[in-house]
Ligand binder design. Structure first.
Ligand SMILES: Cc1ncc(COP(=O)(O)O)c(C=O)c1O
Length: 434
């Protein structure tokens, strides 16, 4: 039982009175109905060494996404698993039955447990973890919080998300520093190619480099470890936006050594919405100032200052624990392997269709689980709409001039059947038009 211990729970039931009992009954009824429909809220088991489709179908049964809906859009937003939904509901009911300091302190302990689990998952320390709202907030905490001014330069990759691109331009106007833009190469140039591209942008005035770990526009996986080393060697700080990697890659920030790393719980980690992770390397705790100053900070390290954002949704923050345990139990290495394998399968099968042009590199070492392709001369908007309306397939449509097409982002809750039927539908439209 999380995030509160069994002893806490007994005490909290006493505080919540009959509503806590009603909520427990409601769960039992809800579980029984879900099981009748083929879903399960039971905890997952670890992935076996050679996890087969049967195992991943078990994972799939933990998600409310209906069986006939192929949801291949994790780069945008992920569903939350049933054990997490139950934890959120349980916490919420308990809190609403008694929004007292006692219940709240139980939930705040859950927040600290989440911090410990995050640190463990990322191979860093709890003192370096801040629970923020999302990647956007983490990125902006860096662009607003690192003292920069006239004469200073910040290197920004042109393929960054607006929260790590436009945000820098806005702050540059306000604080007087200069943004140096690194262009997007026509195709992934490999580790050395990317390091060379960024190395050219450094000058003695460079104070910080802001990159994305994976581009949401191409699927390129950047050599983050090498780029962070480059920044360190040149005396600059590094910010890595991990919105497209956190919860999908089995990350080791201890080895990567970024100064700042950001991510969203509601994307690949399949956690509660509007929860994010902001990592601040202990070596630079004195190089950044909090942008929001209030009360109710975290219990340890940098979270004491950076989480003092006033009252928050303690009930769903505490449920982050369940999301981390869900992926942690299955195994992060197994999840990465599965998502990557599904992406590779997409590339192999779509690559057989005449006219498909990939914006994502075919080398698995240069991508993660995002695949973006142009479907010949088909209008991506029409294709995306037909996939959803006629085949119950959800993917991202990239309309416009910049790398137009369809973005597929499979994750560990997808089955091989989801992938195969998506390819079959696209094949049909490529042959006879939309
Ligand atoms: C690379 C990247 N960074 C940041 C974000 C923003 O994430 P959020 O809206 O959760 O802050 C996204 C969203 O897709 C993204 O792809």
């Amino acid at each position: 039982m999380s995030p509160v211990s069994r002893r806490d729970f007994t005490r909290l039931i006493a505080l919540g009175g009959s509503s806590a009992f009603i909520s427990t009954r409601a769960f039992a009824d809800q579980r029984a109905s879900l099981e009748e429909l083929g879903y399960s809220a039971a905890p997952m088991r670890p992935a076996p060494q050679q996890a087969d489709e049967k195992f991943w179908t078990e994972v799939r049964s933990r998600f409310l996404v209906p069986r006939d809906l192929a949801f291949i859009n994790s780069a945008n937003l992920c569903p939350t698993s049933l054990p997490v939904i139950e934890a959120m509901e349980r916490n919420l009911r308990m809190y609403e039955a008694s929004p007292s300091p006692d219940v709240r302190s139980g939930l705040l302990r859950g927040r600290e447990d989440a911090r410990k689990l995050l640190a463990e998952a990322l191979r860093v320390t709890p003192e370096e973890i801040v629970l923020v709202r999302n990647t956007t907030e983490g990125n902006n905490f860096v662009s607003s919080g690192v003292p920069l001014g006239p004469g200073d330069e910040v290197i920004v990759w042109a393929d960054n998300h607006p929260s790590n691109l436009n945000a820098w331009n806005v702050k540059a106007k306000r604080f007087g520093f200069t943004v140096v833009m690194v262009p997007v190469p026509p195709t992934h140039p490999g580790t050395e190619g990317y390091v060379d591209l960024f190395a050219k942008a450094f000058t003695p005035r460079t104070k910080l480099m802001a990159i994305s770990h994976v581009s949401s526009n191409s699927g390129d996986l950047l050599p983050a470890t090498e780029l962070c080393k480059l920044a360190r060697d040149r005396g600059a700080l590094s910010l890595v936006d991990g919105a497209q990697t956190f919860g999908m890659l089995d990350l080791d920030l201890g080895a990567m050594q970024p100064d700042f790393y950001t991510g969203s719980m509601h994307k690949w980690p399949c956690g509660p919405k509007e929860k994010g992770m902001f990592y601040v390397n202990k070596a630079v705790h004195d190089r950044i100032q909090p942008s929001v100053v209030g009360v109710y900070g975290g219990a340890v390290g940098i979270s004491r200052q950076f989480e003092a954002e006033g009252q928050r949704d303690d009930a769903s923050m505490a449920a982050v624990v369940e999301a981390l345990n869900f992926q942690g139990t299955i195994g992060r290495a197994a999840i990465e392997k599965r998502s990557r394998w599904l992406a590779t399968h997409f590339m192999d099968e779509l690559g057989k269709l005449n006219g498909v042009k990939f914006w994502t590199h075919s080398d698995p070492a240069r991508r993660a689980a995002i695949v973006i392709f142009q479907p010949g001369s088909l209008d991506p908007r029409k294709l995306g709409a037909a996939l959803t309306a006629k085949h119950k397939i959800v993917a991202t449509v990239r309309a416009g001039q910049d790398r137009p097409g369809i973005r597929l982002s499979p994750h560990f809750f997808n089955t091989l059947e989801d992938v195969d039927r998506t390819v079959a539908a696209i094949k049909g439209y490529m042959a006879s038009g939309v």
